[in-house]
Design a protein around this ligand. Structure first.
Ligand code: CA
Length: 456
């Protein structure tokens, strides 16, 4: 079967499966088999792939296979590039399957059953999904499935989109001057309706932070709901959705396609903020420590590659294909330049440092998974009542169990990453938000105390 026909067949199957009412179940089956339709064949036939290096016997991974889930947004790029450009293969991981997940719920379901059961071994996650899965909070029957956070995939590249019907109401980064307007919608019986794609994770946190910073209680003054990504765009087009929290390429497309306008980029809310992560089932990592480090080395190489401007034409070409994101390449090219149309009379943003970054940002290394960032996600979960208040007493233990920055460090050293690019501490130190609030990882309770709107 030619490469083209493989792609077309797989795409056709995905469309058929996605159209079914039982789409996610069928999709799991599809992504599990058959092997000739997976991306493995394509990597081997890719003329641009980097040839495998000789991995010495002592470093040989315990397995050459891993099945990693991804969601078709730019956060997934390092996983896709590590596969397509041969970076995983370079370190001996020659049979990595990078599998498109129907949504975050499917990714969670698939990691619960694991690759052996037709699911996945790990992949791309919003935070703190790995901790919530490990603690049995979002799993079936509250089963605890230990997971390890291994690397951060990216920073920034997300934002808050608002329906065009709210143009001219001062809805921007600082919502204070739009507060009365938003509260008036509630009093007239049509509360401002805002969405995220999965509850209790990044997008939910960004939109909540944004409202609360302006004195708008996200649990009382507006309606916050979980809506599948594709539906958020459709609902905004029809005006039945007022806002949603979203990732590239949507922050650019929202305005370019006249769906709505951008209130803020997450880079404006919290510069160089933690975004999505690479995490795997703990049992897989424990069984395959060398393969885990091989995956990490491949991922780091891919992250460095993704950040290089000269690689962006090839990066956007690979991501845009029907096999991966199935979008026109130009909607990816603009955000990678840091170019965002904001709409609603706001000036466009043209600053690479506010776009998606994979390897380096203004504060240092992006790939390294700081424990202090896991701690913020746990603290914010307590803030909104997603986790009980007494979690704070165990927060450090929860983070220590899940965050395996030690493996990242070992892999980075083995890969020859410059010492200057390996953070010296598990804490990035005090984090600063746009509204002047600060999160000191050494004293998360002080951050909770400083917040006016919270459920704890
Ligand atoms: Ca995201």
């Amino acid at each position: 079967m030619s490469e083209f026909s493989v792609r077309v067949s797989r795409r056709k199957f995905l469309i058929t499966a996605g159209a079914s009412a039982a789409g996610s179940v069928l999709l799991k089956g599809c992504l599990g088999n058959p092997p000739e339709l997976t991306g493995g064949t394509q990597t081997q036939s890719s003329p641009t792939a980097i040839p495998a290096v000789n991995v010495s016997a002592g470093d040989a991974p315990e397995t050459t296979k891993a099945k990693l889930g991804y969601i078709p947004i730019v956060e997934a790029a390092p996983l896709i590039i590590a596969k397509e450009k041969g970076f995983f293969a370079k370190y001996g991981m020659t049979d990595v399957d990078v599998s498109k997940q129907a949504n975050w719920g499917s990714a969670r379901d698939n990691v619960e059953i694991g690759a052996a059961g037709g699911g996945i071994d790990g992949g791309q996650w919003q935070m703190p999904m790995p901790h919530l899965i490990s603690e049995g909070i979002i799993t079936k029957g509250n089963q605890k499935i230990p997971m390890y956070v291994l690397a951060q995939l990216n920073t920034q590249g997300n934002g808050i989109a608002v329906s065009n019907k709210h143009q001219g109401k001062n809805i921007g980064l600082d919502l204070k001057s739009a507060r009365d307007y938003i509260l008036s919608l509630k009093s007239t019986g049509t509360p401002f309706k805002a969405a995220y794609t999965f509850p209790k994770a990044n997008q939910d946190f960004w939109i909540r932070y944004w409202f609360a910073a302006a004195g708008i209680d996200p649990d009382k003054d507006v309606n916050l709901i979980a809506v599948p990504a594709a539906q958020t765009v459709a609902n905004m087009r029809t005006g039945s959705m007022d806002a949603f929290s979203t990732g590239d390429p949507w922050p650019y497309r929202i305005v370019a396609d006249n769906i709505g306008f951008m209130a803020a980029l997450t880079a404006q809310i919290w510069k160089d903020h933690p975004e999505e992560y690479f995490a795997m089932r703990g049992d897989w990592v424990d069984k395959h420590p060398k393969a885990t480090k091989a995956l990490l080395k491949g991922l780091m190489a891919a992250q460095e590659w993704c950040d290089k401007t000269e690689n962006h034409p090839e990066l956007t070409k690979i991501l845009a294909t029907a096999n991966y994101f199935n979008v026109p390449p130009n909607v990816l090219a603009e955000p990678y330049k840091g170019f965002y149309k904001m709409g609603d009379s706001k000036p466009d943003i043209n600053d690479k440092n506010q776009g998606t970054l994979y390897w380096k940002d203004s504060l240092g290394n992006v790939s390294y998974p700081y424990k202090s960032h896991d701690l913020w996600f746990i603290t914010e979960s307590v803030r909104w009542g997603f986790l009980p208040p007494d979690t704070m007493a165990n927060a450090k233990a929860i983070v220590d169990k899940v965050n395996r920055e030690d493996l990242w460090r070992e892999a980075a050293k083995e890969a020859g990453i410059a010492a200057a690019d390996i953070p010296s501490s598990t804490s990035r130190g005090i984090e600063k938000f746009f509204d002047g609030k600060q999160f000191d990882p050494a004293n998360p309770e002080a951050y909770l105390k400083s917040l006016e709107i919270k459920k704890v």
